[in-house]
Design a protein around this ligand. Structure first.
Ligand code: SAH
Length: 262
């Protein structure tokens, strides 16, 4: 009878010790090792990943962009600088520097790198100029423009895409790009006129509000044609009040929606 309280006390003490020591003696070193291992692995694979992406980007510029005749050095530098893999969904990252468009959700696409470079070069930008992009999509084209000029405005009609592009651009350091959710057919009047307007969706005609918002001597780059077939990539210029356009090459863009109510 006398030993019972003593045994009970011993039992309780052993429980307390097990409770106290088990987690700190067994689990933490184990976890700690795993954490260290994991973080090392993640860190090195991220760095390696970034190096690999930069390497892929250099090859993309050399083969797809410079190799196809883009000569403007500011455009080439911008294409080499913007991390395109950050603008595509996670599952497409490995294809980010391939020679083609990629899906970005909501039935939309990020354009082929060569087309982005071509439109950028055709826009004829230099420091101090102001550009408007219609069709923000992922924000990639806007980021490319932001490497060349400080005033970049971009309008997207799909709210979710516009919002995620805004966050992405801010996260990647492109805070100076001004984004807006709205119908780009009508441009962005408060900030007009623009030296350049780049329309990255297929229009059936050149939107008159955009011609109005183009500066005298400015240029608009716009794919015009049937929304579900190929379109002609046009350079539209406004000189001495006259509007002229020339055809560059056939392209295929997703349709420009919105516009005047029919
Ligand atoms: N420039 C984008 C890709 C453009 S895809 C990039 O670099 O990722 C074309 C985009 O134009 C789509 O996101 C589509 O939603 C948008 N769009 C279509 N019609 C529009 C309109 N009327 N106004 C603004 N954006 C429009």
């Amino acid at each position: 009878m006398k030993t019972f309280p003593g045994l009970l006390a011993l039992f309780l003490l052993s429980l307390a010790l097990v409770d106290k020591f088990t987690p700190s003696t067994v689990l933490p070193p184990h976890n700690w090792l795993q954490t260290v291992d994991k973080s090392r692995r993640v860190e090195s694979s991220t760095t390696r990943g970034e190096d690999e992406f930069a390497q892929q980007r250099r090859e993309m510029v050399k083969e797809q962009i410079a190799g196809r005749g883009i000569r403007d050095s500011a455009t080439l530098r911008a294409m080499e600088a913007v991390p395109r893999h950050e603008f595509v969904p996670e599952s497409y990252r490995k294809y980010a520097y391939d020679d083609g468009p990629l899906p970005i959700g909501y039935g939309q696409t990020i354009s082929q790198p060569y087309i982005v470079a071509l439109m950028t070069e055709l826009a004829d930008l230099s420091k101090g100029k102001k550009a408007l992009e219609i069709g923000t999509g992922s924000g990639y084209q806007a980021a490319v423009l932001a490497h060349i000029i400080d005033s970049v405005y971009t309008v997207e009609i799909i709210k979710e895409l516009g919002e995620s592009a805004r966050e992405r651009l801010a996260r990647l350091g492109y805070q100076k790009v001004k984004t807006k959710i709205g119908d780009g057919y009508f441009g962005w009047e408060e900030h007009a006129p623009f030296d350049a307007i780049i329309v990255t969706a297929a229009a059936e005609h050149i939107p008159p509000p955009l011609i109005k918002q183009l500066k005298e001597g400015g240029r608009m780059i716009v794919p015009v044609g049937h929304p579900y077939f190929t379109q002609d990539l046009l350079v539209v210029e406004k000189k001495d009040g006259k509007v002229t356009s020339r055809d560059i090459l056939p392209v295929r863009f997703v349709p420009l929606t919105g516009g005047p109510r029919k």
